[in-house]
Design a protein around this ligand. Structure first.
Ligand code: KIV
Ligand code: ZN
Length: 511
């Protein structure tokens, strides 16, 4: 039997720390539900002591997502640990993940602590965390630049104090695979009680080696890999979950190890994250890039037709990339719609189902065929819904060669109709100018991305926008077969998120 390597997903914590990837509570919950469908072993849901919003995000997931272990990150400080313990308490299986830096450069310049003080703090943190749960992970931050003798001492001490997982992060993405593998082997061979804990790795991608380093660590005995969907994360990101998982699956012959991940959920997880954050993956990105399974050259196509294995080391189906699956048509009823969603792994509340069904009916009227990807987009939209301050009532955009594009827009602002019109450089620009004036926003549009959800000229367009408001970035998405309407929806979605955030901030400050 191959070893099962645990997959610790940190998309919602380390991933969310990267610029442009911040998510609100509803989005985190939607992503966590998808991670549960993906069957990761652990979801690191956030850093509860960082802010009340972070706390609430972790707590929502601990209450509402079942299957994986739910972890909360905290510094090796009593009040942080208490906060993490409180946030994850409702989870059926909860983990406290506490960390402190162990490299000379971090201890001296960041912590201003002596190694012995760091060792004491690590032991105390683990002992304190063990009062709340028997699943405690300790991370030696910047472990790759830590003196190996000290790293062995810290590892032994935290295991003796009760840590069940010890994580060896390459915090700054400095390691080279062979060197990192050797470091893990040294720990496996030199720490006397290492068999009482799982050795984990957490690699950053500054030199583009995060996945290679993680795999070298697995070969050397690591039992857990920390990674993120699409490889998002601080700076150049973290090890990409899909690459680690598919490398282990595809080269089981070499590693004699695999994971419990449901690989057919990989594509959907990647797309959901892109739709939430607006961070589009490069077309040639391994496993989830749009070209990852596209064979262009004649010789390759010929080979594939003769025998798939000539040029395909894994199938698109194995990562959930299916031919556009026709699922429903305009005559499909609510029952068929609900069953299809259940088959796709979605469970919606009655209200969400009603709204999603109405959206589906409108779409089926506009489009001849509705595909699984269309349903994913509808569900993502409905389940991450926040209160709509602004919504689109009507839109008329006129564009003619030689004439200035013009848009007439009516939006509802807290239920009240407001109409306006504007000229622009194109129909989308005119629409956005009209909406900006009607909503009174002072935000700035910083990104605008259009993609087609499924093939054909009647495909739904999915538009992602980012706006910057009061120093924060908000991502909005809209899907519609009409690109201008999709654009308007995406913009309004981002404005709603910004407004929601302003309202919550005002509420937190009190009157
Ligand atoms: O990169 C890192 O060292 C981390 C730790 C907190 C695990 O993210
Ligand atoms: Zn990290």
């Amino acid at each position: 039997m191959p070893r099962i390597i645990r997959i610790f997903d940190t998309t919602l914590r380390d991933g969310e720390q990267c610029p442009g990837a911040s998510m609100n509570r509803e989005e985190k919950l939607a992503m966590a539900r998808q991670l549960a469908r993906l069957k990761v072993d652990v979801i690191e849901a956030g850093f509860p002591a960082a802010s009340p919003d972070d706390f609430a995000g972790v707590n929502d997931i601990a209450r509402q997502v079942s299957g994986p272990i739910i972890a909360g990150l905290c510094r090796a400080i009593t009040k942080d640990i208490d906060r993490a313990a409180e946030a994850i308490a409702p989870a059926a299986r909860a983990r406290i993940h506490t960390f402190i830096a162990t490299s000379p450069i971090h201890m001296q310049h960041k912590l201003r602590m002596e190694p012995e003080q760091v060792l004491e703090a690590a032991i105390a943190a683990v002992k304190h965390a063990c009062k709340f749960t028997d699943d405690v992970e300790f991370s030696a931050e910047d472990a790759v630049r830590t003196d190996i003798d000290f790293l062995c001492r810290v590892t032994e001490a935290v295991i003796a104090a009760g840590a069940t997982t010890v994580n060896i992060p390459d915090t700054v993405g400095y390691a080279i695979p062979e060197e990192f593998g050797t470091r893990i082997s040294q720990l496996m061979n030199r720490v006397p009680n290492v068999d009482r804990a799982v050795i984990s790795v957490h690699c950053h991608n500054d030199l583009g080696l995060a996945v290679a380093n993680s795999l070298a660590a697995v070969a050397a005995g690591a039992g857990q890999v920390e990674c993120t969907v699409n490889g998002i994360g601080e700076r150049a990101g973290n090890a990409s979950l899909e690459e680690v998982v598919m490398a282990l699956n595809t080269r089981r012959d070499l590693f004699d190890a695999t994971t419990a991940v449901e690989t057919s959920e990989i594509t959907r997880s990647s797309r959901l994250l892109t739709s939430i954050t607006g961070m589009v993956v490069q077309p040639n990105k391994a496993i989830v890039g749009s070209n990852a399974f596209a064979h262009e050259s004649g010789i390759h196509q010929d080979g594939l037709l003769k025998h798939k294995a000539t040029y395909e080391i894994m199938t698109p189906e194995s990562v959930g990339l299916t031919e556009h699956n026709l699922v429903l048509g305009k005559h499909s009823g609510r029952h068929a719609f609900k069953s299809k969603l259940e088959e796709l792994g979605y469970t919606l509340s009655d209200g969400e189902l009603t709204r999603a069904f109405e959206r589906f009916k409108r779409l089926a009227d506009q489009k001849k065929e509705v595909f699984e990807e269309d349903l994913d987009a509808i569900v993502a939209d409905e389940t991450q819904r926040i209160p709509d301050t602004f919504s689109l009532e009507t839109l008329e955009a006129v564009t003619r060669t030689g004439k200035t594009p013009h848009a007439k827009v009516t939006i509802l602002v807290k239920g009240q109709k407001h109409s306006g019109e504007a000229d622009g450089d194109g129909p989308v620009d005119a629409t956005y100018r009209a909406i900006a004036a009607l909503s009174g926003t002072r935000s700035e549009l910083t990104a605008y991305i259009v993609q087609a959800i499924s093939g054909g000229t009647d495909a739904q367009g999915i538009v992602t926008v980012k706006i910057s408001d009061d120093g924060r970035t908000f991502t909005g998405q809209g899907a519609d077969p009409d690109i201008v309407v999709a654009s308007a929806r995406a913009y309004l979605h981002a404005l709603n998120k910004a407004d929601y955030w302003h309202q919550k901030r005002a509420g937190m400050k009190g009157p």
